[in-house]
Ligand binder design. Structure first.
Ligand SMILES: Nc1ncnc2c1ncn2[C@@H]1O[C@H](COP(=O)(O)OP(=O)(O)OP(=O)(O)O)[C@@H](O)[C@H]1O
Ligand SMILES: [Mg+2]
Length: 73
C-alpha cells in the first residue's frame, strides 16, 4: 500500500528520526507517536515501511509504502 502527498516534504535531518517515539516538528500539537506506533504494528506483522520524500521542486511531497506479507495457508 502506498500513500503519497504533495505537502511540505520531510528534510533529510528529520527523516533520520522518523521511527523514534516523540520525534515531532509540530510543537505542542504533535505527539510524535503516529509513525512510531504505525511502524510497531507493521513490524509485528513481519511487514516493512519505507519513506521517500522531497522538500523542494515540482516533486515536493512524501510517499510512504507499507509492505505486508500474505499468508496463503
Ligand atoms: N506526510 C508528511 N509530510 C511531512 N512531514 C511529515 C509527514 N509525516 C510525518 N512527517 C514528519 O514526521 C514527524 C513525526 O510524525 P508522527 O506522525 O510520528 O508524529 P506527529 O505527526 O508529529 O504527531 P501526531 O502523530 O501526534 O500528529 C512529523 O512531526 C513531521 O515532521
Ligand atoms: Mg502524525
Amino acid at each position: 500500500m502506498t500513500i503519497a502527498d504533495n505537502g511540505r516534504g520531510i528534510s533529510e535531518a528529520s527523516r533520520k528520526h522518523l521511527s523514534e517515539p516523540f520525534f515531532t516538528t509540530k510543537g505542542m500539537i504533535g505527539t510524535g507517536l503516529g509513525l512510531w506506533v504505525t511502524k510497531q504494528i507493521i513490524e509485528k506483522h513481519q511487514g516493512t515501511i519505507q519513506v521517500r520524500s522531497s522538500i523542494r521542486g515540482l516533486r515536493r511531497g512524501t510517499t510512504f509504502s507499507i509492505i505486508l506479507p500474505v499468508d496463503f495457508r
